[in-house]
Design a protein around this ligand. Structure first.
Ligand SMILES: Cc1cc2nc3c(=O)[nH]c(=O)nc-3n(C[C@H](O)[C@H](O)[C@H](O)COP(=O)(O)O)c2cc1C
Length: 330
């Protein structure tokens, strides 16, 4: 059974990899992931705020002259609350690389295109096989346009590609008006991979204290369908390889991701819930399914239900929406 896949130009035995999370904090955990059969690992992110704080005692974009500076700064963790500082992160990448044979992908997480991004070179020099860029941002400014945000993201990717030799994946938000066009622009900027999608942690409101209360919960496969739709729309129509991140809870979910067009399936919540051995469950589920369908290789299944393969735009666009609304019966 041929389950090999290629992600960011890296050849992997199968498509199941660990996504950015605390699973990357410790060398021995990464080793356990490898022993359990994980095909690659994305380490937890190093944040822009950590890098700028250590370089210049300043937190990224924040302006000391703003009246609410102190309040905003206090909302960020203290430098010591992060698992690893920037130099330690680079050292960690090096130590993980020494300990395991599977590809190790570093992760940078920020929102500006400033000098902190040069730290990507340090991660590369530490031996990372690739870099995942997560430009997590919730734009609250009322004067910032979508085009400006897109242009900025594309520029950052272009700069990173100039800086690095290792491949770069971009972890995307689903909240673009024309995501296909953003994917195409990132393709043009040289992105080697697109990760669909970043998961936004929505602040809840505590009605007792009337304050915002942060919620960090593991995902469920209710989040999967949004990813499947966009994988299916993008598969075979842009160059970068495609990673699914979010809502893969069962082997069936993984198979759906492949059918939609994913090159790799990133797992976080499922591994945190069931432990590293769950990767083996995912892989066996996929192999049994391929065998059942008499498919000799993963390539036979990948993208079989994508827009490009089926040519059925109606399933992914407005026609399906109307059909779905009309299918409701009491
Ligand atoms: C506890 C926790 C920590 C995470 N840390 C990061 C991180 O450092 N960087 C990042 O890009 N994503 C991070 N994520 C998001 C995951 O990489 C992933 O995109 C998200 O959990 C959806 O995948 P899942 O449904 O398999 O959990 C984190 C998720 C969890 C649950």
């Amino acid at each position: 059974m041929e389950t090999t896949t290629s992600y960011l130009g890296l050849r992997l035995d199968h498509p199941f990899i660990a996504g950015a999370s605390p699973l990357g904090y410790r060398v021995d955990t990464v080793k356990r992931l490898e022993d359990a059969g994980c095909a690659a690992v994305v380490l937890h992110s190093l944040f822009e705020e950590q890098i700028t704080h250590s370089q210049s005692d300043r937190i990224a974009h924040l302006n000391v002259f703003e009246s609410d500076f102190a309040e905003i700064v206090s909302a960020f963790p203290d430098a010591g609350d992060y698992p690893l500082g920037p130099d330690e992160y680079a050292e960690h990448v090096y130590r993980v690389k020494q300990a395991v044979a599977i590809p190790v992908i570093g992760s940078l997480n920020g929102r500006t295109g400033e000098s902190w991004l040069r730290f990507a070179r340090v991660i590369e020099q530490a031996g990372a096989d690739g870099l995942e860029l997560n430009m997590y941002n919730v734009v609250t400014g009322l004067h910032v346009s979508g085009a400006a945000i897109e242009g900025h993201l594309v520029e950052v990717v272009r700069d990173l590609k100039r800086l690095l030799k290792i491949p770069v994946a971009v972890k995307l938000s689903p909240f673009f008006a024309a995501l296909g066009n953003v994917a195409r622009q990132l393709d043009g900027a040289g992105a080697d991979g697109l990760v669909l999608f970043n998961r936004f942690y929505q602040p809840d409101i505590d009605i007792k204290t009337m304050t915002v209360s942060p919620q960090a919960e593991l995902s469920s496969n209710a989040e999967l369908l949004l990813r499947l739709r966009w994988l299916a729309i993008l598969h075979g129509r842009v160059q970068p390889s495609l990673a699914l991140s979010g809502g893969v809870a069962t082997p069936q979910d993984g198979i759906k991701g492949i059918l939609a067009g994913a090159d790799v399936i990133q797992l976080v919540s499922a591994i945190l819930r069931h432990g590293p051995a769950f990767v083996g469950t995912m892989r066996r589920g996929l192999e049994q399914w391929l065998e059942w369908h008499k498919m000799a290789s993963l390539d036979d299944a990948r993208g079989a239900v994508s827009l490009k393969t089926t040519g059925d735009a109606g399933s992914f666009e407005r026609a399906h929406y109307i059909r779905t609304l009309h299918s409701w019966t009491r």
